[in-house]
Each structure stands twice: as structure tokens, then as C-alpha cells.
Design a protein around this ligand. Structure first.
Ligand code: NAD
Ligand code: UGA
Length: 484
């Protein structure tokens, strides 16, 4: 790699939630660089090239619209993109292993390894290979081994770690205003030169003081550490929500009081039905596995507790629903509001709504589900997944998916709010109440509704981390007596 040559051509392997948005922002901010995002999935690339992108992210349509076809390309031509690239991001998925050693905990690096082998097979010139996927500490070593064992004469590689910290639903603003960019690399002059080249890309819009450079292993571990510590805060406040419910304290007031301490800070202290998403659980399990392999059982069990508390929170909430509905939901209709793992995304990976829906179905309820951005087929696929259910036909019969909240709520015994979509705050709950079975229940798993107003309407309201007063009497019953 000649020292003076800057990066002119970037290839990204993996057009997912990270590869797509990250490369779109690089293309937007670096108009002189050609950015090609490739994927093995023809369907995914076709969606990136269509009017309906494969992922919903506020602001992303506009960015892609501005750059696509100019300096941003989505393609299945993996070979062409690798051949012409100076720098290659590996942004492929790193799920939890489902087989063999470390099953259920270790990260499955088969896609990362596959990507490295593809690069080694195809590349004819020097490349900077950047690990953007979240990987176990020292994964860069495995990538380096694969590349050096298969490299063509005269071709050299530099491997960098550059983990991604964006959150779904805010990916565009997270990328534009990143708290920091982290780049890890070799301490050799070649390694440092590669770091400089990657820095110069981010410096198009990120101030240099926010670009942190470290050794490769610190960078890899920092990504796992950041996710583990964010999830730990959620489990901490969720654990306290149980204490609040038992004592009369209010978890929002506790979070506010605690978060005002500048040493603690207010973010990520929102008690909930538990964290979801594709990464927190997977990355902590991976950290736990690494600690076990390093013979650090105390450290492993410390982090395992963050996951255990999350499972407890999800189960506690579902148990509360069943208990409140006279200890049985068998034959009852329950409306699930929100299925995504958080608002402003259509992603349902590890969504707590799946756990809640599964438990209610197991208890014999039928479900009416509405989410503003999750496609109905996604919901059916999640609920009929072999790890979730044994009788997919039964699930398809008991679950109906709606395109608005009012139809989903009609005729149900209870509303269970699983995702904090803004539109749920402003629904007409008077109208919803009239059309529900009585007594009508609301379980607000995100603490976003005006509970006093709902109680005044006549609802029985339950939420996380706060005891609420029951209504003195049910104000209005359905005009249709068969619904009562
Ligand atoms: P994803 O499943 O949405 O996308 C990964 C894509 O890689 C898939 O489309 C898959 O087809 C493709 N792929 C697999 N092997 C390939 C290969 N050899 N060549 C080309 N494409 C290939 O995953 P994601 O959510 O984008 O996550 C990617 C990585 O980033 C993971 O390690 C994850 O932990 C990490 N991460 C994710 C987020 C997030 O918000 N989702 C945030 C930060 C970091
Ligand atoms: C998280 C991290 O925030 C990102 O920095 C990281 O890059 C990403 O994981 C990753 O590695 O994949 P993400 O999972 O997209 O991002 O979304 P978060 O905003 O972190 O929310 C995760 C879950 O925690 C959601 O279910 C959310 O509802 C829940 N949450 C979040 C709470 O229950 N309480 C809170 O206070 C915050």
C-alpha cells in the first residue's frame, strides 16, 4: 500500500442494520470515495436498490436517496467490489452459536470467517480489512491467520478493529454525531498508517478528538464492555422496579433522583419489560463465555446476572398480566401494542414482545397484535419459530395482526403495551375503552401512558415499578351487552 495514497474505494461485506446505514453516511460525508455495499442475499440488495429499504430508520431514506447511484452502490457483485476496494469493512452477522462447543453463548464467527476467506480468495492487491462486526477479543488474530495463510504473492493486509456503536431507531443521528469512533490496530508503522487512513475517512465529519485509537484487543473488548455496561444499567433499574412495586416507591422518581448525580447520569435508566434487540444478550453471553474460557468464573457469573435479571423482568411482567386477569387468560383475547424491540425500528430480534406473546399463547389466550412498522409475516415467523412454538398452525389460528391500534384493541380483555411507539401515547383511550370487554385492563410495559387519565376512564392499569390505584367503579360499559 503506498503511503501517500488515501482511500478512494470502500467495500462493505454485509448490507444489514450496520453495513447499510454506516456506509450510507460515509458516502454522504465523503463524496470523493466510492462506497459499495455487498451482500450474499439477492433479496436484501434488491430492497436496498428499491424505494422500500429493507430496514426502517428515521432519516435513512433521504441519505440513501441523495447518494445511491452517485458514490453509493448496493450490489451482489462481491468479487468486483473486493477487487477494486482499498478498504473493506466486514459488517456481517455474528450470532450466538446454536451448535457445538460454546452453544448458546459463544459468538458464531462462521460469517466473519467466510468473509475473510472471500477476501483472501479474491484480492489481488493490498487491503485494509476492518472488523466492524462485534466479535470476541482476539478475533482479528483469526482473520489475520486466514488472510495470511491464503494470500497471493505480493498482497499484504492490515487488520483494524472499528466497532460500531449506533443504536437502531437513531442510527442516522448516532452516526452523524457519534460520541466517539474507536479504531484499534497494530502498533507497527504499517498498522499505524492503516489507522491513519481510516481516521481520515471519519475526520470528514467527526472531530479528531472524538476518534480514539487503541490496540486491537482493547478496541474489540471495549465494544463488548460498552454493551454489557449499558445492559447492566437497564437490569439494575429493572431490579429496583420490583422493589418499587413491593414498597410503594416509584421507579421513575428513583431513576430521576439517582440519575441527577452527575457521576451516574440519567441515560439508560428507563425501567421496562426488559431489554431486547439483536446485540445486548448475544454480546453479554459472548463476554460470559470468554470469561469462562479465561478461567474467570466470578467475572462470568457477574455478567450472567445481567441476562438473568432481564429474563426475570420479562417473566415477572407476564406473570402479573395472568395474575391480574383472575389467574387465567385461557380463551381471553389480548391486544399486544408494539412488537418491535424498541420504537422507531421494525426490528423484532430478541424483542420482549415475543416472550410475552409466547407465554400468553401457552396460557391459552388469543392475541390481536399491532405494530406500526413490523410486517405481519415477521410476527408470524417470530411466533412460529421452532424455538418458540411446537404447533405453528395453532399459533396462526390464535394470532391476528392488525394495521391499526383501534381494530386490534376491539373486543379484547386487556391491552399489553410492549413497545414505546409515540403514537400509543395519543390514542383515544375513551374510544378504546368503550369497545373493550369489561373490566378492561391496560398493562403499560414502557411507562409511557397517562395512568391517572386511564384510571379515570375506568381502566384497571398496571405498569412497571409503580403501584397504581384501581378505579372505584367502571364508568361506562359497552353498548353491546354481549361484550360485557
Ligand atoms: P444483519 O444480520 O442485519 O446483517 C448482516 C448481513 O451480512 C446479512 O445481510 C448477511 O446476508 C450478510 N453476510 C453474511 N455473510 C456475508 C458475506 N460473506 N459476504 C457478504 N455479506 C454477508 O446484522 P447487523 O445487525 O447489521 O449486525 C452486523 C454486526 O454488527 C454484528 O456483529 C452486530 O453485533 C454488530 N452491531 C449491530 C448493531 C445493530 O444495531 N444491529 C449495532 C452495532 C453493532
Ligand atoms: C444497543 C446499544 O445502545 C448500541 O450502542 C450498540 O451499538 C447496539 O446495541 C449493538 O451493538 O447492537 P440497540 O440494541 O439498537 O443498541 O438499542 P438500545 O437503545 O440500546 O435498546 C436496547 C434495548 O434496551 C431495547 O429493548 C430498549 O427498549 C431497552 N432499553 C433501553 C430499556 O429498557 N431501558 C433503557 O433505559 C434503554
Amino acid at each position: 500500500m503506498s503511503e501517500e495514497k488515501g482511500i478512494k474505494n470502500i467495500c462493505c461485506l454485509g448490507a444489514g442494520y450496520v453495513g447499510g446505514p454506516t456506509c450510507s453516511i460515509i458516502a454522504l460525508k465523503c463524496p470523493e470515495i466510492k462506497v459499495t455495499v455487498v451482500d450474499l442475499s439477492k433479496e436484501r440488495i434488491a430492497q436496498w436498490n428499491s424505494d422500500k429499504l429493507p430496514i426502517y430508520e428515521p432519516g435513512l431514506d433521504e441519505v440513501v436517496g441523495q447518494c445511491r447511484g452517485k458514490n453509493l452502490f448496493f450490489s451482489n457483485d462481491v468479487e468486483g467490489a473486493i477487487l477494486e476496494a482499498d478498504l473493506i469493512f466486514i459488517s456481517v452477522n455474528t450470532p450466538t452459536k446454536t451448535l457445538g462447543n460454546g452453544k448458546g453463548r459463544a459468538a458464531d464467527l462462521k460469517y466473519v470467517e467466510g468473509a475473510a476467506r472471500m477476501i483472501a480468495d479474491i484480492a489481488q492487491s493490498d487491503k485494509i480489512v476492518v472488523e466492524k462486526s462485534t466479535v470476541p477479543v482476539r478475533a482479528a488474530e483469526s482473520i489475520a491467520k486466514i488472510l495470511s495463510a491464503n494470500r497471493k504473492p505480493g498482497v499484504s493486509y492490515q487488520i483494524l478493529s472499528n466497532p460500531e456503536f449506533l443504536a437502531e431507531g437513531t442510527a442516522v443521528s448516532d452516526l452523524l454525531n457519534a460520541d466517539r469512533v474507536l479504531i484499534g490496530g497494530d502498533e507497527t508503522p504499517e498498522g499505524q498508517l492503516a489507522i491513519e487512513k481510516l481516521c481520515s475517512i471519519y475526520e470528514h465529519w467527526i472531530p479528531r478528538k472524538k476518534i480514539l485509537t487503541t490496540n486491537t484487543w482493547s478496541s474489540e473488548l471495549s465494544k463488548l464492555a460498552a454493551n454489557a455496561m449499558l445492559a447492566q444499567r437497564i437490569s439494575s433499574i429493572n431490579s429496583l422496579s420490583a422493589v418499587c412495586e413491593a414498597t410503594g416507591a416509584d421507579v421513575s422518581e428513583v431513576a430521576r433522583a439517582v440519575g441527577f448525580d452527575s457521576r451516574i447520569g440519567s441515560k439508560f435508566l428507563q425501567a421496562s419489560i426488559g431489554f431486547g434487540g439483536s446485540c445486548f444478550q448475544k454480546d453479554i453471553l459472548n463476554l460470559v463465555y470468554i470469561c469462562e474460557c479465561l478461567n474467570l468464573p466470578e467475572v462470568a457469573s457477574y455478567w450472567q446476572q445481567v441476562i438473568d435479571m432481564n429474563e426475570y423482568q420479562k417473566s415477572r411482567f407476564t406473570a402479573k398480566i395472568v395474575q391480574s386477569l383472575f389467574n387465567t387468560v385461557s380463551g381471553k383475547r389480548i391486544c399486544i401494542l408494539g412488537f418491535a424491540f424498541k420504537k422507531n425500528t421494525g426490528d423484532t430480534r430478541e424483542s420482549p414482545a415475543i416472550h410475552i406473546a409466547k407465554t400468553l399463547l401457552d396460557e391459552g389466550a388469543s392475541l390481536k397484535i399491532y405494530d406500526p412498522k413490523v410486517e405481519s409475516e415477521r410476527i408470524y415467523e417470530d411466533l412460529t419459530h421452532p424455538l418458540i412454538c411446537e404447533e405453528p398452525e395453532k399459533v396462526r389460528k390464535l394470532v391476528s395482526v392488525y394495521t391499526d391500534a383501534y381494530s386490534a384493541a376491539e373486543g379484547t380483555h386487556a391491552l399489553v403495551l410492549c413497545t414505546e411507539w409515540d403514537e400509543f401515547i395519543t390514542l383515544d383511550y375513551n374510544k378504546i375503552y368503550v369497545d373493550m370487554m369489561k373490566p378492561a385492563y391496560i398493562f403499560d410495559g414502557r411507562k409511557i401512558l397517562d395512568h391517572q387519565t386511564l384510571i379515570d376512564i375506568g381502566f384497571h392499569v398496571q405498569t412497571i415499578g409503580r403501584k397504581l390505584q384501581r378505579p372505584k367503579s367502571n364508568r361506562c360499559w359497552s353498548s353491546n351487552p354481549s361484550m360485557n
